[in-house]
Design a protein around this ligand. Structure first.
Ligand code: FUC
Length: 765
């Protein structure tokens, strides 16, 4: 900090020349030249799942079709669920906003796009020589979805009807410039409001037809907002009365309506872009001339598609996980059914976790927080259902079943190890941010309570080690003691909690018990008959066979997202993990393919990880539910296909790409650990490493050339450099640092919080 001001005193130009300190100027300015990131099409969408395009502000989301005569904007809000504390229920479709442009049947030059750089949808076409333009965005600061329809030169040619359709049996109220729908589900009351602001022309409302017509305008702004009276902090999950909900939404839309379109858009960009722009990826190719559906359908080898799919995951994260303390669900935020597959729920045996795999390392830590706060709220809720699951078994702590809802309801097969898996997310947030207050206040109470659950639950197995009794390997095989899935997750829990206990200085009796139990714990790593990581303890389980292509990789938790298996730790287990992955095959449901990207990246096999990335980008039109491993992939709108649409595969693939570029899970940074041969040169900006380091890197011929590391917390920085490629590290004043090198090839240097360091490489080595 001091050095920043000194630099400012000396003068900006001098500083640029020599490099300065702090975040303002980096010693080596790496600029990834990422082309425009945009999905685009030359036709309107005809199918919601595979063609419509998603926008969202973290809580409120919509899918726009871009129909010319009839625009359909289906929308959702994260808290609109059926069900209650005791009834499972499902995430609900909220409704549709329709804009009907009668007579727009012969048009030309149609384009429909979703620009990720601006989180902005756009539809343009020409009719009778007039250009019609629509823009769509979901504003986080103004809490509304904004649609603008316009024609140039103030030609008063806009004539269309606006309707708001409730996906339930609520009431509709039409006033001069607004439409309101409201009603009640099992527990929550809901309401949506639309406000129309016309420039030129006039608005006429038709109460019978429940629509408003816009006539002879040259511009119209349509604002949409929606919500329910759900409140996670309340005992019964309900906060406001219906009137209070109505007042809140009315105020929200009135404030938004008082702002100009330019102001709303500027607010949106100012909010979105700083977060999205933190990370850039440049693989050396430009924006392609073909539509996105053609790209994914017949040009899957495109490197642009790799960058786009990577950034799409980050876009979807910002669009579905900000604000309220609820995680994005199986479909993130977007759902057009009142009976969606698996209730579009919070699914605990891979899906919800995968949704957050890219949150920390792709520099969207704040998007992780809604999930983390949800975990803390439910795990520690007095008399909450998660605690009751444990209580019923006579245990302390908490546990969940495989399915769960926003009302704490949890059912279907008990999934005890999920509590440990959830805890790894709490720990990761600390590991990446070094936020000790978060660790002490939010994470640790949950970690401790979860450990207590397992202290009570574990028993001594035949091998004298502590094993989790009666467990399942999702989602196949028998229930038995010491299943790899449970052991490996409890191992991560104990490992993380012990580290946390030391950092915050937890009470000695707990730490001692944890240390003892950890030493006795079976770590879930055993090699089986065909050289695999065993999924079950007993050899007689007839599913633990070569060629079992089951979609879950539960016995490989220790490889990814866990940390026990690595070629840098123990070759035998890494080889066994490879054997297991080979046996599972390269197909799978959408999320299964995505998981395999990260697994191969952890085995440092870039080309195989890349093959899986392309497998994840397998074009499909299959929208009905299938458990078969052949149909997984993506739709034309690049939403992941389980099938059906399930967003975990999007997030998993983004995390997988990040894992190919940087890993930091073993106590040091490994740059380009799994670079595929098709990415020989490139650069990235802004990926995060554990210890709160932000990395920019340029590489050529498959090797690092320059790296800039911003130290967010002043931790010691350690980089894996087995072949001695690092020639020097300079601080922001170009002082060459003395490096500490270990026999294992790890180069370390102390850092100062807020300062950037330049790492230079000899790429001939
Ligand atoms: C898990 C998976 C399924 C599906 C479901 C939502 O149970 O095994 O493939 O993704 O979650």
């Amino acid at each position: 900090m001091k050095k920043v001001s000194l630099c400012l005193l000396i003068g900006f130009f001098f500083c640029v020349g020599i490099g300065s300190c702090g975040t303002e100027q980096e010693p080596v300015d790496i600029q990834a030249k990422q082309p425009t990131m945009k999905l685009w099409y030359d036709k309107p969408a005809t199918d919601w799942m595979s063609f419509a395009l998603p926008i969202g502000n973290g809580e409120l989301g919509a899918m726009f079709f871009g129909g010319v005569e009839m625009e359909q904007i289906q929308f959702n809000e994260k808290t609109f669920w059926s069900g209650n504390k005791t009834k499972r229920g499902a995430y609900q479709n909220f409704g549709d906003l329709y804009l009907e442009f009668s007579g727009h049947d012969s048009y030309s030059g149609y384009s429909r796009e979703l620009n990720l750089d601006e989180a902005l949808g756009k539809v343009t076409y020409k009719m009778n020589d007039v250009q019609y333009t629509r823009e769509y965005f979901a504003s986080h600061p103004d809490e509304v979805i904004v649609v603008r329809v316009s024609v140039p030169e103030k030609k008063q040619l806009l004539n269309f009807f606006v309707r708001l359709a409730d996906a339930h049996e609520g009431t509709t109220h039409v006033a001069e410039n607004e439409i309101i729908i409201k009603g009640k589900s099992d527990l929550v009351s809901y309401e949506a409001q639309v406000r129309i602001i016309n420039k030129g022309g006039l608005l006429t409302s038709d109460k019978d037809k429940e629509q408003i017509s816009v006539s002879e305008a040259y511009e119209a702004i349509i604002l949409l907002t929606a919500g329910t009276n759900y409140d996670i902090s309340s005992d019964n999950y309900i906060g406001e009365s219906e009137e209070q909900l109505h007042d809140r939404l009315s105020k929200r839309i009135a404030v938004a309506a008082s702002k100009s379109y330019d102001e709303l858009k500027a607010n949106h960009l100012k909010d979105y872009q700083p977060a999205y722009d933190r990370v850039k990826l440049d693989l050396g190719v430009g924006f392609p001339s073909m539509t996105t559906d053609m790209l994914v359908r017949s040009n899957r080898d495109s490197l642009y598609l790799d960058m786009l799919y990577f950034q799409y995951g980050r876009y979807l994260m910002l669009a579905s996980s900000r604000g309220m303390n609820l995680p994005n669900n199986l479909q993130g935020l977007w759902n057009n059914s009142n009976t969606p597959p698996w209730e579009s729920d919070i699914h605990t045996n891979i899906n919800i976790q995968m949704n957050y795999w890219p949150a920390e390392n792709t520099n969207l830590s704040e998007c992780h927080v809604p999930f983390l706060n949800y975990i803390a709220a439910e795990a520690l809720r007095e008399n909450g259902s998660f605690r009751q699951v444990a209580e019923k078994e006579g245990l302390r702590g908490w546990a969940v079943h495989t399915q769960s809802t926003i009302f704490g309801h949890t059912d279907w097969n008990i999934n005890r190890p999920a509590n440990a898996w959830y805890c790894t997310h709490l720990w990761q947030h600390y590991a990446y941010t070094s936020d000790i207050d978060f660790l002490r206040e939010t994470a640790f109470p949950v970690l401790k309570s979860t450990c207590e659950y397992w202290f009570d639950r574990l028993k001594e197995g035949d091998n004298g080690k502590l094993v989790a009794p009666d467990e399942w390997s999702p989602e196949q095989g028998p229930w038995e003691d010491g299943v790899a899935y449970a052991q490996q997750l409890v191992w991560e829990l104990f490992d993380n909690t012990l580290a946390a206990a030391k950092i915050i200085g937890a009470d000695a009796s707990f730490t001692t018990e944890l240390t003892e139990k950890f030493e006795k714990l079976d770590n879930g790593l055993e090699i089986g008959k065909w050289g695999q990581i065993k999924e079950w303890k007993r050899d007689s389980v007839n599913l633990d066979t070569l060629g079992n292509r089951h979609r879950h990789l539960s016995q490989l938790i220790a490889l990814y997202p866990g940390n026990q298996i690595s070629y840098l730790r123990d070759k035998t287990f890494a080889d066994a993990a490879r054997q297991t992955l080979e046996s599972r095959g390269d197909d799978g449901t959408g999320w299964s393919r995505a998981w395999k990207i990260a697994c191969w990246a952890r085995l440092f096999d870039g080309d195989r990880a890349y093959k899986l990335l392309k497998q994840a980008l397998n074009y499909t039109e299959m929208t009905s539910l299938s458990m078969s491993s052949q149909y997984g992939g993506v739709y034309a709108n690049l939403l992941d296909a389980h099938p059906p649409f399930q967003i975990d595969g999007n997030f998993g693939a983004t995390a997988g790409v990040a894992e190919m570029l940087v890993q930091s899970n073993l106590g040091f940074i490994y740059l380009l650990p799994a670079l595929p041969s098709v990415w020989p040169a490139g650069s990235f900006e802004g990926l995060k490493a554990i210890g709160n380091f932000t990395l920019d890197l340029t590489w050529a011929n498959g090797k690092p050339v320059h790296c800039t590391i911003l130290s967010g917390s002043g931790n010691i920085c350690r980089i894996y450099d087995p072949s001695g490629q690092i020639t020097k590290v300079e601080d922001c004043n170009r002082n060459v640092l003395t490096l500490d090198k270990t026999d294992e090839g790890i180069v370390g240097f102390p850092t100062v919080k807020g300062e950037a360091y330049a790492v230079f490489f000899d790429s001939d080595r």
